[in-house]
Design a protein. Structure first.
Length: 51
């Protein structure tokens, strides 16, 4: 079973304009194009990674 969390604004200043969501055990940072037609996956990591 895959768990999807609630999308929130990214919590770090360097990710301004981005959002993050928890999918299963991965944290995914993403943003949208200006026209909102494209979603960019900017970064993802396993929730147990420490960097």
């Amino acid at each position: 079973m895959i768990t999807i969390g609630t999308s929130t604004r990214a919590d770090k200043p360097e990710w301004k304009g981005s959002h993050k969501v928890l999918v299963d055990q991965f944290i995914i940072y993403y943003s949208f194009s200006d026209d909102k037609q494209t979603c960019y996956i900017e970064y993802f990591k396993h929730s147990r990674q420490h960097y």
